[in-house]
Design a protein around this ligand. Structure first.
Ligand code: LLP
Length: 413
């Protein structure tokens, strides 16, 4: 019989979460280190020896202990701001393990990115190409760059998180890539090392990801005729997870498809997963603070977490499974699960069949390890919640709850 780890036995797991809620208070994020290790290993193994690099997209969750865990597994890092570049380095990444992507890099960001000697700066436009070159020349260095191409492929994801259409602001049209690579290789301050594509996030079908990969491989092949030889093809992130139980792309199958598309070129494949690595590893613990019934109309379960802690439902109408930590023996009714924020969009679930709950019951919001805490904010002067890392039967607080004094520390009266 397969052995079951303590954290996967439902009652042991529930007891652990209850203990965490009692010690750290609610709302509180909880991540499972084992789940992160497992997700990383699944991707890594699926390359089956083909040259590759996994660049963890810090934007999904850049809490230090999470980033450090990914570093310990052998990951590289994808940073989207200088803050994320610095967090990556604090967590042990060398500059040559960090890629810096981002539309609209400021002069200060370019200057520092060049001075660090990163693995690559992903160039987003002809103007940016020029600015990076100038700063590299001024610093007397040749800086490694990759070109982010926009392949005009529909990722068929939520429009707010699609990035690969020509109506999106990201990258350069793939038709201009050849000319821009020629330009880059003629510049004194630039060393083109890669091509980069990222068409969106929470992508649940293989086809667009495969097409984007094929487009980048074809580009690399035509660059060879121009004697421009890249070192890596960065296929971006974007792999979706199943928030609601609907089928998604199997991560190993995704990797195998990328390898199949790239093999003929022999080039190293880089991927930038965020969500698939940390999303399913996180839950948000929240407590019921009120239950109210409008006669003949809605029933509301009001919880102590809201759009300040978890933006995704308000921002993308995103679905997250929610369950009471301890189920009462009662029939389900249709409820809205709402937060305490004074915005009508502050709801985690609408018209959802839900077991009966009472004030002070704990609820578990699932699959919030990615873009949960990382997108949290302090609207209504709500201090940021704590974060906890579970590892087997051990757990520790990896970010304590912010105090109001800390929240106000930057201000003067
Ligand atoms: N690489 C680049 C250049 C990206 O822009 C992103 C995500 C990733 C990698 C990682 O994508 P992932 O593997 O996590 O899909 N806040 C939204 C998601 C925004 C994604 C932004 N870019 C959400 O909560 O769904």
């Amino acid at each position: 019989m397969a052995s079951t780890t303590p954290s996967t036995q439902p009652d042991v797991r529930a007891a652990q979460l209850a203990a965490i809620a009692a010690a750290a208070g609610t709302p509180c994020y909880v991540y499972d280190a084992r789940a992160i290790r497992g997700a990383y290993a699944t991707l890594d193994r699926a390359f089956d020896g083909y040259p590759h690099a996994i660049h963890y997209a810090l934007k999904a969750n850049s809490t230090l202990a999470v980033v450090r865990l990914l570093h310990s597994l052998g990951s590289n890092a994808d940073a989207n701001s200088l803050g994320e570049v610095d967090v990556a380095m604090r967590c042990g990444f060398r500059p040559d393990q960090v890629v810096f992507t981002g539309v609209g890099k400021s002069a200060a960001e370019i200057d520092r990115a060049v001075s660090l000697g990163l693995l690559a700066i992903n160039v987003e436009s002809p103007g940016e190409l020029d600015r990076i070159d100038q700063r590299a020349i001024a610093q007397g260095v040749k800086t490694r760059v990759a070109l982010r191409v926009n392949p005009d492929i529909d990722a068929k994801s939520h429009p707010h998180i699609s990035t690969g259409l020509k109506s999106n602001k990201f990258g350069v049209p793939i038709g201009e890539a050849l000319a821009l690579f020629r330009e880059m290789s003629s510049r004194r301050g630039l060393q083109p090392v890669g091509a980069h594509v990222h068409i969106g996030s929470q992508i649940t079908t293989l086809d667009p990801l495969q097409k984007a990969a094929q487009a980048v491989v074809a580009l690399a092949q035509s660059l060879r005729h121009d004697n421009i030889h890249l070192q890596h093809l960065d296929m971006g992130g974007g792999l979706g997870i199943s928030y609601d139980g609907a089928p998604v792309v199997d991560p190993a199958e995704y990797v195998r498809a990328l390898v199949a598309a790239t093999k003929s070129s022999g080039l190293k494949v880089a991927i930038e997963p965020g969500r698939v690595l940390v999303g399913p590893a996180g839950v948000l613990l929240t407590k019921v603070v009120d239950v109210k019934q409008f006669p003949g109309a809605k029933r509301f379960v009001v919880v102590d977490a809201g759009m300040t802690e978890l933006m995704r439902p308000a921002l993308y109408n995103a679905y997250h499974r929610i369950e009471p930590l301890a189920r009462r023996d009662a029939a389900e009714s249709i409820v809205d699960i709402v937060g305490p924020i004074c915005e009508s969009t502050d709801a985690y679930a609408r018209d959802r069949a839900f077991p009966q709950v009472e004030v002070d019951d704990l609820l578990v919001v699932a699959d919030v390890g990615a873009y949960g805490a990382a997108m949290g904010h302090t609207y209504l002067r709500r201090p940021l919640p704590p974060e906890v890392m579970i590892d087997g039967d051990q757990w520790r607080i990896i970010r304590r709850r912010q105090t109001l004094d800390e929240l106000l520390a930057l201000e003067t009266e």
